[in-house]
Design a binder for this molecule. Structure first.
Ligand code: NAP
Length: 271
């Protein structure tokens, strides 16, 4: 069975809309250069903002901006009281250190939950904002009534935005987590062991049917594009057909991720 994110997104949207009625919110998006995939993501954010009444300010900066200039731009936004959240659109040009720049955002305005302060709160299991994509994965499982507690959760991909924080969040949900990456010795053995398999690799159709059991639940985080611009996940369609439950791509986790960004904005506004 394929599962989708639209209804979940709409519920979060309504929650954010109600929060904006209580207290105005404004998100600043810092965009360096003109990466086409990041422009599409920003358009999605603007649509969601329009539906919820959140104000958005896009700060376009040149591709060759110096690091110290970017720091100054972020600092200005940190001090604007009406701006309640700041997002730094990645990937950044190679001469800029994304992690360093994210840590220049005031942690109280860190809508992506990627500032070291907020990641520290995640590790120590204090309430607060969480990285949007892992949060979307957990939200999706809960919305479909799929238990995590006690389950063997195998995550393929250990990035600091998706797989890494997700492993901590799944552990906090009492899953038993195996975090795999490109140096994992026998990946197939790990994926076959999974009750819940999360694919966050960035390689089209990477997870093939021989790598999963029939009773597995699969969450496919991957977003890959072919030359015609069609979107594919990291999990092959035949693998999804074999699984008990699998999330769709497109229309799955990605749809919820933008909503979770705004849910973080709501949480920051209420802190
Ligand atoms: P990333 O930073 O490139 O990380 C990819 C991870 O996959 C790394 O940990 C890498 O291992 C691992 N990997 C690569 N090849 C592997 C292999 N052959 N076997 C096992 N592991 C392997 O990517 P990301 O930012 O986490 O994104 C992952 C995917 O999710 C991408 O398709 C991205 O577009 C998508 N994404 C979707 C959303 C959404 O909302 N749906 C949001 C964010 C990202 P090493 O660490 O050893 O290199």
């Amino acid at each position: 069975m394929l599962i989708y994110g639209k209804e979940i997104r709409d519920k979060i949207k309504e929650r954010v809309r109600q929060a904006v009625l209580r207290k105005p919110m404004k998100m600043a998006i810092v965009q360096v250069g003109e990466d086409p995939s990041s422009l599409a993501y920003v358009r999605g954010i603007c649509r969601f903002a329009g539906d919820t009444g959140v104000e958005v300010e896009i700060v376009n900066l040149p591709e060759d901006i110096e690091e110290n200039e970017l720091v100054k731009e972020i600092d200005v936004l940190n001090h604007v009281p009406t701006i309640t959240g700041i997002m730094l659109q990645t990937p950044l040009p190679a001469h800029l250190d994304a992690n360093k720049m994210i840590n220049c955002i005031s942690y109280g305005k860190d809508v992506e939950g990627l500032h070291n302060y907020n990641l520290g709160k995640l590790l120590s299991r204090q309430e607060g904002v969480r990285p949007a994509t892992p949060k979307a994965v957990i939200t999706m499982l809960k919305a479909y009534g799929i238990p995590i507690e006690g389950e063997k959760v195998t995550i393929v991909g250990r990035s600091t935005t998706v797989g890494g924080p997700l492993s901590v969040m799944m552990t906090a949900e009492n899953g038993t987590v195996t975090l795999c990456h490109s140096r994992t010795r026998d990946l197939k053995r790990e994926t076959l062991d999974a009750d819940i398999l999360v694919a966050a690799i960035g390689k089209k159709n990477f997870i093939t049917p021989d790598m999963v059991r029939e009773d597995v639940v699969i969450i496919d985080v991957g977003t890959n594009f072919d030359e015609a611009g069609r979107m594919f996940g990291d999990v092959h369609e035949e693998t999804k057909a074999k699984a008990r439950i699998a999330s769709a791509v497109p229309g799955g986790v990605g749809v919820i991720t933008v909503a979770e960004l705004f849910d973080n904005l709501r949480i920051l506004g209420e802190q």
